[in-house]
Design a protein around this ligand. Sequence first.
Ligand SMILES: Cc1cc2nc3c(=O)[nH]c(=O)nc-3n(C[C@H](O)[C@H](O)[C@H](O)COP(=O)(O)OP(=O)(O)OC[C@H]3O[C@@H](n4cnc5c(N)ncnc54)[C@H](O)[C@@H]3O)c2cc1C
Length: 408
Amino acid sequence: MKKIVCIGGGPAGLYFSILSKRARPDVDVVVIERGAPRQTIGWGLILSEGLLDRLVRQDRASGEAIRRQMLPWTGISIELPGRSIRSRGHSFLSLSRVGLISVLQERAEELGVELVYDHAFDAEREPLPEADLVVVSEGSRSKVRDARAADFGVTAEERPNKYIWLGVAKSMGDQFRFIFEETPGGYIWAHCYQFEDGYSTFVVECAETVWRALGFDRGGLEESVEACRRIFSRQLEGAKILAGDGRRNTSSWTNFKKIDCARWSAGNMVLLGNAAHSAHYSIGSGTRLALDDAAELSRALTLDTLPVPEALAAYEANRKAAAAHLHDAANRSMRWFETLPTELIARGPDRFAYGLLTRSGRIGAAELRRLDPEWFAEFEGGVETQLIAREMEPAPGRTRAISGEVEI
Ligand SMILES: Cc1cc2nc3c(=O)[nH]c(=O)nc-3n(C[C@H](O)[C@H](O)[C@H](O)COP(=O)(O)OP(=O)(O)OC[C@H]3O[C@@H](n4cnc5c(N)ncnc54)[C@H](O)[C@@H]3O)c2cc1C
């Protein structure tokens, strides 16, 4: 192996380039990125403690630099019109996406990776880069992958809900906040948490019917921001909504694109991160999957003595097996938000909150009771809810590990 080219310099492509260059300084590693240095799409990210430990083990310099940026906080708050419910005992770590990308870019440069910025690789017009291995790390809307869709066995689905990834120039408290507002068009909600002092991520989501009823299909970004500011004015308390700098980090309404690929490699091309498989953002685990993919691919290629095709097959098999439980949780969570059980709000906000907290199937009554006995005792007040709680225990083996690998 003499040369590796990664198309796409997000978390997956950058981290793979770092680990590969570290392990094989003799190999030329190039990352082609359409954006400029230290710019990216999106605001904050949640990462798990377990992932951070792995990052430090795999490359201490970048792992420690990422850890230094992480902001810890606890609790999940479910805010409904007229009532807020807080479940304590959870623990999260967040940081800015641009902070993560900047650390990875700096470390890659330091190790001698060639970073080519402002180059949007054109899969239709440009020949594939000449390299022993082309890593396709363009994200879920990868065009290089789609040009070879049959080879990779791509299943791509635009999911029905609309979302926009905004930021807010304000610390929105020390908890993950799910904020639901009822509008004349129906329910709209925000997934919100602070990722650095004075800044929070603010992902607004709703059903497409609500999105149209609220006129989001007709106005531009400014109108959308203004409408979100009005809808969530109680929580924002006048804080500025951030929708990008107008160049690379421009927020826009979109649909989550669910990607599954039957095969992750074809010839000398291999899919990495979101280009290979995407997990719904509502459990906050896509970056973790991307970074773990990168580590596994690098390990398979550089530490094992397998020929490249076998190494790629081992990478795919290991990552598909390791990621299956997260995809299961992400799919359940995605569908819960797509079929938002608003009837539960009328039957008691606690039931709705319980449904939200247990939606991914990885956390159940026993764990919620352990995390926050006070709230759980209140919730469990009625006989009927006790039955619900028992019925909704996750299946054995599906419970998430409380410390280390936390999802929302
Ligand atoms: C609203 C939202 C919230 C999220 N929150 C979390 C969270 O809290 N925690 C978490 O773990 N994950 C979260 N995720 C998921 C996470 O952002 C992705 O899973 C992760 O970024 C995947 O990394 P990637 O490198 O595979 O792809 P991407 O991050 O999409 O990176 C792809 C890169 O390729 C570049 N590129 C694309 N096409 C080309 C081209 N033709 N030429 C050159 N460059 C190209 C892009 O500019 C980009 O830099 C969230 C996602 C969303 C949408």
